[in-house]
Design a protein around this ligand. Structure first.
Ligand SMILES: Nc1ncnc2c1ncn2[C@@H]1O[C@H](COP(=O)(O)OP(=O)(O)OP(=O)(O)O)[C@@H](O)[C@H]1O
Ligand SMILES: C[C@H](N)[C@H](N)CCCCCC(=O)O
Ligand SMILES: [Mg+2]
Length: 204
């Protein structure tokens, strides 16, 4: 069974949307280990709303923090110390899509970052990149960090206006495959998610 950790080159990059598409494509389960902020409508709520298949199970977060900020700060605000031992993979026989918080080096505790969580869970990564000026640097830095830790990278999803000059450089320089593209959409709903799920399915 696949264990896919969806990380991004930053926050607000499209991880939740990509995670919803992957969950739909694989009829996988979904898990967001740390939710910081938006507790009235979480990333898990959003993915539930976008996924149509009846098989996916949505697992509860290990930490739900009030403050929409870096998890180490949000936790400190509530006098919580995030403990790496609390991150236990949900029990399932199904594929599992796991969504991080922000980018790869976001701190969960003083000595525990999102990248450490990925290594601990022994998941493979799908990286969400977004096309903006500066995104080549952010994408290459993220890939270098993953490679340094020998974390397997399944591939990259490019979000936003297609930019072949950046995408080609990134894939050629790193040798990491492009799995799919997410175009700027005016509306995001289950039908749009199903369409991308069908498109990306052969590459997952
Ligand atoms: N291709 C797209 N077309 C239209 N809207 C998009 C697209 N990609 C992302 N968005 C919107 O941008 C916002 C940020 O995306 P998203 O919530 O997926 O980011 P994230 O990386 O999951 O952030 P976080 O670090 O908070 O988990 C959302 O409102 C989302 O619907
Ligand atoms: C609150 C936000 N939407 C994410 N959940 C957390 C983003 C943390 C970013 C920290 C940082 O890189 O400076
Ligand atoms: Mg998200």
């Amino acid at each position: 069974m696949k264990k896919i950790f969806v990380t991004g080159i930053g926050t607000d990059i499209g991880k939740t949307l990509v995670a919803a598409i992957l969950t739909e494509a694989l009829h996988a389960d979904y898990w967001k280990p740390v939710q910081a902020g938006n507790l009235e409508f979480t990333d898990t709520d959003r993915v539930k709303e976008l996924v149509s298949n009846p098989q996916s199970v949505f697992h509860p977060e290990a930490y739900r923090l009030q403050l929409p900020a870096s998890p180490h700060l949000a936790a400190a605000q509530e006098n919580i110390i995030i403990d790496s031992e609390q991150f236990v993979l949900p029990q399932t026989q199904n594929h599992l899509v796991i969504e991080g918080a922000g980018g790869l080096l976001v701190p969960l505790a003083s000595d525990f970052l999102i990248i450490d969580l990925i290594a601990q869970l022994q998941a493979e990564v799908i990286l969400v990149s977004q096309n903006y000026l500066g995104s080549i640097n952010h994408t290459l830095l993220t890939i270098l960090a993953l490679q340094q830790r020998q974390i397997p990278i399944k591939g990259i999803i490019f979000n936003g206006t297609p930019t072949p000059s950046s995408e080609d450089f990134i894939t050629q320089y790193t040798g990491v495959a492009k799995l799919g593209a997410l175009l700027p959409e005016t509306e995001i709903n289950p039908t749009v998610v199903q369409r991308y799920a069908a498109q990306w399915h052969p590459y997952l």
